[in-house]
Design a binder for this molecule. Sequence first.
Ligand code: HEC
Length: 178
Amino acid sequence: MAAPDGSRNAKTRGSLRLHPDMRSKVTFMSQKTAICIGLLSAACFGCNANPTSGKGFTLPQGDAARGQEVFIEYRCHECHTVSGVEMPELAQVAEKQVRIGGEVTRIQTYGELVTSIINPSHKLASGYRTEDVAVEGESRMTNYNDVMTVSELIDLVAFLQSRYRLKPFEPSEYPLYY
Ligand code: HEC
């Protein structure tokens, strides 16, 4: 059956046929719609943040120099060395010292540093044998939660964070494939 205008496009057997120009427009529209839906759902995840998430946590600016004093007062250096900082001698230090600072591929966020201090067993420092840093899954670190002030904690975190340096990204050498 010939279409009134004689074009082949009119011979649609129930399915929608689109002119190639229109087809690309429809694809473009659906891409845009997909992006919009993606953004909207991302925003919605934001508003429905899990009540136990750390989202929205922020610390006021700390004083790194004061943080170093706090570190020494609490004798954190019994168990820690701090990259680039000479600590006063102690009569006794832990058998396994955990290094803080130095070159890393990602600087710890203050959220992670605060967690390391007030809830150390949440995530044990990487790069150590578990038995060296923990006993039955519990960090060997002293608990300071009932003695440390919030200001001390803020300054400590500023000090610790200042001791990390970002390792410059070094691309791997791969042979060229042609
Ligand atoms: C009795 C030993 C001990 C003392 C004292 C101690 N820590 Fe720790 N700390 C550890 C051990 C062991 C770890 C590694 C296991 C872990 O992640 O909890 C650790 C981990 C940390 C980490 C995480 C390091 C990383 O690479 O993830 C930070 C930050 C830290 N301690 C800060 C402190 C500060 C600040 C003080 C003093 C207020 C302190 N520690 C006192 C034993 C100690």
